[in-house]
Design a protein around this ligand. Structure first.
Ligand code: FES
Ligand code: FES
Length: 904
């Protein structure tokens, strides 16, 4: 045995042959060391060796012998946080918190000196944060505090720190995989190397002969039930077109077989030993080609009902008379725009652990945005009652819609059920995320738009083709979103739209922040700018003239009245803010040299807060014997800040401090039902449920106090720790005790439903410089204004918008999943890229001063829509700078160069 000193403690252990320090430390149950890539790209695994930071996934474990190893757990001394931990605390320099350990170990090291602070693009090049947009991390490094005091009754509207802050910053927070379980088995899958193939045979013999391999499962072993991986309240909105394991592979990366073994290495060896004979089938990758008669069919019509061949569904509609509208137009713009496929890259990959508990039930610990619909699907697939399955999350390391999908829970549960309830873990690699998870739907949108000389729109015609890939999870809902608010955002008497979702042999699309609306917002906002340019009208004026107004029907291409209405209206304020700020400027000049062109662009986005289909959430609140509260709500927390916000809502209503409201969430055993935290529902559904529940709790306390004291209710007032009834003051502890004597439980449960939906707006402004020879783009000034109603926690809202805008820049300028005949050729962070610090411009964020009449305590959704106007604003700025319209995302230097070269 060798000796290793980790955080001052000696361990006698022997690393496995070839083991890296990251997994070795985690084997020692030092779970603060995280995994984002295992390739040296993300920095989540950063530890110190003799005080110097290293990516532990790149360090052979034996190199740690005889050296002082320090991880996030060892940073605080004697319970006192390191100054950088304190700075991250005060600035709240994280959201999901998954990157925080690595960020802290990098920035707290002695090597990270003033020179590093002065050159953060270089100093932070090895650490990725997908949530924050890095602004709050800069605040931390500059010693800025973003938090406010938790004052009783004033929680709503206060920038209160995340309740898990200390746990996250000291490495004590437990994410999905941060648990040691006796007898744990490991699951790995073989993924298809072919875009379309029928499995003729799978020989398990060699795999089963590998020491440690306990089972191999193929399509013949698992329940043959069709389902959809998408999570929604109404399961009918997604086609049941997927099997747990299938005998037909429809995309490169589809699961073919699962190997379960005593160790991860044995499971991987088992996967490599499987011998599969495939019959290669013709494949189709382009959705337009897939719609042609005679194109290879993805799904057997006996299994999956499609509208026509590979066209899963078509949505179309018209209001007014579009043909007549174009006749009346003085200017018409028509162009085809396309948006690219991108991956969520939540830093914590997908993963689940399933086991049989002492209670004889099945437990699934998972990284999910919707434990309740996961439970429903698992029960259906495994053929057991839902009550026998418990699905729960611990801390979740990011989601962005990628975990609105059941992709990692079924196989571990199935294997555990087959293996006497032994715990089975399946943790995805980063490469698996790129080739086997879901992506934003690639869409191609043709827009024809016409207006009068004064800018009044006369006709809008949108034709959209969405490539859903091999499976239809989220296919129709993302198309419905694409054909809804981006079109409804504008007043126009004549609107028409046709949208098709098409199956191809590509990786499946899925839910992704912006959810389909991002794609058509991009196309329509580019088209609006082109039309404004044709008419010689300022882009801001063009929007002001045509954007929907209060009192208008919120109408896309269908006449049927929907449930969306203006609970508040802040678009004009957002337009004014962004225009003002861009005019004012920020003093950042374009680089010297005549090859640099400078341009300014803007775009708006509208969001109906919540999906058009049903969504519900319940909350339960209890007064505890010590006079504090317990809140249970099913909504998930994955860095979106919902848990803090709902505590603040509850605390505000009962006049308490937020820290006096303990929360349990996202647990099918311990919380009321919640459809899931996606589609902008965390605030407007779960928040509403908590709002209603807390109001009933307050009324219940006052009512009981009134009866208990004999003082009329009008003279009873709830304070943070007592009820004042006339001139009597009875503490909540006394009241609870009095209630217990008469079996009054001070426990209330209420549900909330989504409808009606309110409407949020976002406006993005960009000034940038583009180099005509290299295609390099530098963002010089980035401004974002958000109409999110009342910010329940302004610091968190600001952070959500920072993160969404950063993701928008990534989509516009950097992220690029390159496929060749369905094979992703760059499934690594360093090659596919997500924005690192150096890629992420600072954005000035502003809020409209709206208070919503529909959302809880005046709030609306805030984390989703902010991404939508970013890419079109960048495109419009590029057009303004160069006179060239770049219609196809992403605007990588090579693509810009090829077109700018031609334009010279
Ligand atoms: S896990 Fe080591 S750098 Fe990403
Ligand atoms: S907070 Fe940085 S990755 Fe989530």
């Amino acid at each position: 045995m060798s000796n290793y000193e980790v955080n001052g403690r000696l361990y006698s252990a022997e690393p496995k042959a070839g083991q890296c320090l990251r997994t070795f430390l985690r084997d020692l149950e030092v779970f603060g060391v995280k995994k984002g890539c295992d390739a040296g790209d993300c920095g989540a695994c950063t530890v110190w060796l003799d005080g110097k930071p290293f990516h532990s996934c790149l360090v052979p474990a034996f190199r740690g012998e005889g050296r002082k190893i320090t991880t996030i757990e060892g940073l605080a001394k004697n319970g006192v946080m390191h100054p950088i931990q304190k700075a991250f605390h005060d600035a709240q320099a994280f959201q999901c918190g998954y990157c925080a350990a690595g960020m802290l170990m990098t920035t707290a090291s002695a090597a990270f000196d003033e020179a590093h602070k002065a050159d953060l693009p270089h100093a932070l090049k090895g650490n990725i944060c997908r949530c924050t947009g890095y602004r709050s991390i800069v605040d931390a490094l500059h010693g800025k505090s973003n938090i406010e005091e938790d004052v009783a009754g004033k929680a709503c509207g206060a920038s209160l720190p995340n309740p898990f802050t200390d746990a996250i910053l000291t490495g004590k927070a437990r994410y999905t995989m941060d648990i040691a379980i006796e007898g744990l088995l490991h699951l790995k899958v073989l993924r298809s190397p072919h875009a379309h193939a029928r499995i003729k045979s799978i020989d398990k013999t060699k795999a089963l002969a590998i020491p440690g391999v306990v089972a191999v499962y193929i399509w013949e072993d698992v329940p043959r039930r069709l389902y959809s991986t998408a999570l929604h309240e109404d399961h009918l909105v997604d086609p049941d077109d997927t099997y747990i394991l299938d005998n037909v592979a429809r995309f490169v990366g589809q699961r073919i077989a699962a190997v379960v073994a005593e160790s991860e290495a044995a499971a991987e060896a088992g996967v490599r030993a499987l011998q599969v004979e495939y019959e290669i089938l013709p494949a189709v990758f382009d959705p337009v080609a897939a719609m042609e008669p005679g194109a290879p069919l993805l799904h057997d019509k006996n299994d999956v009902v499609t509208q026509n061949g590979n066209i899963f569904c078509t949505l179309q509609g018209e209001i007014g008379d579009v043909t007549q509208g174009f006749k009346e137009a003085d200017a018409v713009h028509e162009m085809t725009y396309s948006t690219s496929r991108v991956q969520h890259v939540h830093l914590e990959t997908h993963g689940s652990i399933a086991y049989k508990g002492e209670d004889g039930r099945w437990h699934v610990r998972t990284s999910s945005q919707g434990p309740f619909p996961v439970r429903t699907k698992l029960a259906y697939l495994m053929g057991v009652p839902a009550r026998e399955i418990h699905v729960f999350t611990e801390r979740v390391g990011g989601g962005f819609g990628g975990k609105q999908e059941m992709v990692s829970e079924d196989l571990p549960l199935f294997a555990s059920m087959k293996l006497d309830g032994r715990p089975v873990k399946w943790e995805w690699t980063r490469e698996e995320e790129f080739i086997g998870a879901t992506t934003r739907h690639q869409m191609t949108t043709k827009v024809k738009i016409g207006a009068k000389k004064d800018g009044t729109l006369t006709a809008l015609d949108v034709h959209c083709v969405s490539n859903t890939g091999a499976y239809g999870n989220h296919a129709s809902e993302t198309l419905a979103a694409a054909m809804a608010s981006p079109i409804a955002a504008y007043r126009c008497a004549n609107k028409k739209g046709v949208g098709h979702v098409v199956y191809t042999n590509m990786i499946p699309g899925g839910g992704f922040r912006g959810y389909g609306a991002s794609q058509t917002t991009y196309a329509i906002e580019c088209a609006m700018d082109e039309l404004a340019r044709l008419l010689g009208i300022d882009p801001f004026e063009m929007r002001r003239k045509n954007v929907v107004k209060p009192g208008d029907n919120v109408e896309s291409i269908w006449k049927e009245p929907g449930d969306a209405s203006f609970g508040s209206y802040g678009i004009n304020e957002c337009l004014d803010i962004v225009e003002r700020e861009l005019k004012k400027g920020n003093g950042v000049a374009k680089p010297d040299g005549e090859d640099w062109a400078e341009g300014t662009g803007m775009a708006l986005a509208m969001l109906e807060c919540g999906p058009p289909t049903e969504h519900r959430s319940g909350a339960e609140m209890k007064l505890l014997p010590d006079g504090t509260y317990h809140l249970a709500c099913g909504t998930s927390e994955f860095g979106n800040g919902t848990s803090n916000a709902i505590k603040q809502i509850a605390a505000s209503i009962v006049g308490a401090r937020a820290r006096d409201v303990a929360l349990v969430n996202a647990d099918t055993d311990r919380t009321p039902y919640d459809t899931g935290t996606f589609a902008s529902t965390g605030m407007v559904v779960a928040g509403k449920a908590v709002h209603i529940t807390a109001q009933v709790m307050r009324d219940d306390i006052l009512d009981f106090a009134c009866r208990h004291t004999g003082v009329v209710i009008d003279q009873c007032r709830l304070e943070s720790d007592a009820v004042v009834c006339g001139n009597k003051r009875i503490t909540l502890t006394e009241l609870h005790a009095a209630g217990a004597k008469v079996n009054h439980r001070f426990t209330v449960t209420r549900r909330a439903y989504l409808s009606p939906r309110t409407i949020a707006f976002n406006v993005q402004g960009v000034r940038l410089a583009v180099h005509r020879v290299t295609g390099e783009v530098r963002v010089l000034h980035s401004v974002h204004a958000a109409d999110i109603g009342r910010p329940i926690n302004p610091m968190q809202c600001h952070g959500q918008i920072d993160g969404a805008v950063a993701m928008g820049y990534g989509w516009a300028l950097i992220e690029n999943m390159v496929h060749d005949e369905g094979h992703m050729v760059n499934p690594q962070l360093r090659n596919c890229r997500v924005p690192v610090f150096a890629d992420t411009p600072h954005t000035d964020v502003f809020f409209a001063s709206t208070i919503d009449s529909i959302g809880p305590l005046g709030a609306k959704s805030q984390g989703e829509c902010a991404i939508n106007p970013v890419a079109p604003a960048v495109a419009n700025a590029l057009a303004n700078a160069t006179g060239v319209r770049f219609a196809h995302l992403p605007f990588t230097p090579d693509r810009l160069f090829s077109k700018l070269g031609k334009s010279k």
